[in-house]
Design a binder for this molecule. Structure first.
Ligand code: ZN
Length: 458
């Protein structure tokens, strides 16, 4: 196993240069070696997963190449929940040093135990991320992620200590203290959810401070919720920082999974490096379970290659994003992931392309004639090709008698939907107001409410 890295020269662009810039072939060979070892260990030592694997007809010896990962059954949220409380823990309980937990708002929580070894590697990943965005030994790092059952605050705390910086464990929700600390102490970097950062920025202004001038902070990290590029610009303006996106899930010890490097730009779809020596990221078509092409949207599936406490293998996140192994200008070879675009439960796959009802809604909302509702109807033609029809309610039934308007709208709506989804609706059908079944506000953006799937499923 890895030896704790020595703190590098502050001028180095990398915290663990050899690993971060490892040639892709070597990195993938390392992934295969670790995957085989990890799966064998789980199979041999965890009766719960041994049964799951045996029921699926899978044996660790089946793993001869990285492509063979498709032979391992997925871990669904339900499988993991059924393992509550400790059936999915693979290491001896006496080796564990920390436990974290998902919120469990939609069922039993997932309890994640971490051994000393796991915490050690977790610290390394977070140290890499802080170093990558510009934090250096001796810097003060203000941490406003929560210190509690979710992993939020802990990852960067350990990471900052590991690389020789000084974390301040402010934890969440303390905007006044945060303004005071940013003004009074020579803080170099902070992390916060984007919405909390905006709130703190406003608070500071109300107190008469301009944090862009009155604080020494030049770096900020944000995650745990989706945020637009315009929000990033606003945060950068409020705090005078370079703002970076990071993403993590408590099931994989949260922060330290993926983070943007300094080469991130608005026009790069995939911006966050995912640490491939510790985590194997797959991007699959949620309907078929097969991998999508490099850079295409799909569901993220994660495998923990190194942890000994609660390593999840092929865990279906239901998060939709894209992943690329294309080289990054920063020199890191680890693949990059896009921000999360939505939930796979809320999307539909049409001819292998992922379509979100929310994208279609956005495209249609630009037409002032559009009413309250629309419906995507997916079918298969006799050659087996998927196609979809769009039914769109208009605000006023009277529009339907204007033939020119109707023809023009159908054409423009087709083009607008194609431009956001890459799929051309075969037919756009315009109908009067309230002809479609109502959807409640909460389900308005979900596929179940917006999509009628008439394809035959085997
Ligand atoms: Zn990079």
């Amino acid at each position: 196993m890895e030896i704790k890295a020595k703190i590098p020269d502050p001028k180095s662009a990398f915290y663990q240069e050899e690993i971060e810039t490892m040639p892709v072939e070597k990195l993938k060979a390392l992934q295969l070696e670790r995957l085989r070892k990890q799966v064998k260990n789980i199979y041999d030592n965890n009766p719960y997963f041994q049964k799951v694997y045996q029921d699926a007809g899978f044996k660790p010896e089946d793993l001869k190449s990285l492509d063979d990962i498709s032979k391992i059954p997925f871990m669904e949220k339900s499988t993991v929940r059924e393992g509550y409380p400790t059936k999915i823990v693979t290491g001896p309980v006496g080796d564990m040093r920390e436990m974290h937990s998902t919120s469990g708002t939609t069922g039993k929580p997932v309890l994640i135990f971490a051994s000393e070894h796991d915490i050690d590697l977790w610290a390394d990943r977070n140290a890499r991320e802080l170093w990558m965005v510009g934090v250096r030994p001796g810097d003060i790092f203000l941490n406003s992620f929560g210190y509690g059952l979710p992993t939020g605050g802990f990852g960067f705390h350990y990471g900052a200590q590991r690389m020789g910086a000084c974390p301040i464990p402010l934890s969440g929700g303390q905007s006044d203290r945060m303004v005071d600390i940013l003004v009074d102490l020579p803080v170099k970097a902070f992390c916060a959810t984007p919405s909390f950062a905006l709130y703190v920025g406003q608070k500071a202004q109300e107190k008469g401070f301009d944090l862009a001038k009155d604080s020494t902070c030049s770096i900020s990290l944000h995650g745990a919720e989706p945020w637009a590029w315009s929000t990033r610009m606003r945060i950068q303006e409020l705090f005078g920082t370079m703002a970076f996106d990071e993403f993590g899930m408590t099931e994989f010890l949260g922060p330290g999974m993926t983070c943007e490097c300094q080469a991130r730009t608005d026009s790069t779809p995939q911006r966050m490096h995912a640490w491939a020596d510790h985590l194997l990221a797959e991007c699959i078509n949620p309907d078929t379970g097969m991998p999508v092409a490099d850079g295409e949207d799909g569901e993220m599936v994660w495998t923990n290659l190194v942890n000994t406490g609660t390593p999840l293998i092929r865990y279906r996140s239901r998060d939709l994003a894209s992943l690329t192994w294309k080289p990054c200008p920063c020199g890191r070879t680890h693949p990059r992931m896009s921000p999360i675009k939505g939930r796979s439960d809320d999307a539909v796959s049409i001819s292998g392309l992922i379509v979100f009802p929310s994208q279609v809604e956005e495209a249609l909302a630009r037409f002032p004639e559009m009413g309250a509702n629309f419906r995507i109807i997916v079918e298969t033609d006799p050659r087996g090709m998927d196609f979809f029809t769009l039914k769109v309610e208009l605000k006023d039934r009277g529009y339907l008698s204007d033939e020119n308007l109707v023809q023009g709208l159908k054409q423009k709506m087709k083009e607008a939907v194609k431009s956001v989804t890459d799929v051309n609706p075969k037919v756009v059908e315009l109908i009067g107001p309230d002809e479609l079944p109502r959807v409640t506000k909460g389900e308005g953006k979900t596929a179940s409410a917006r999509v009628e799937d008439r394809r035959k499923k085997e």
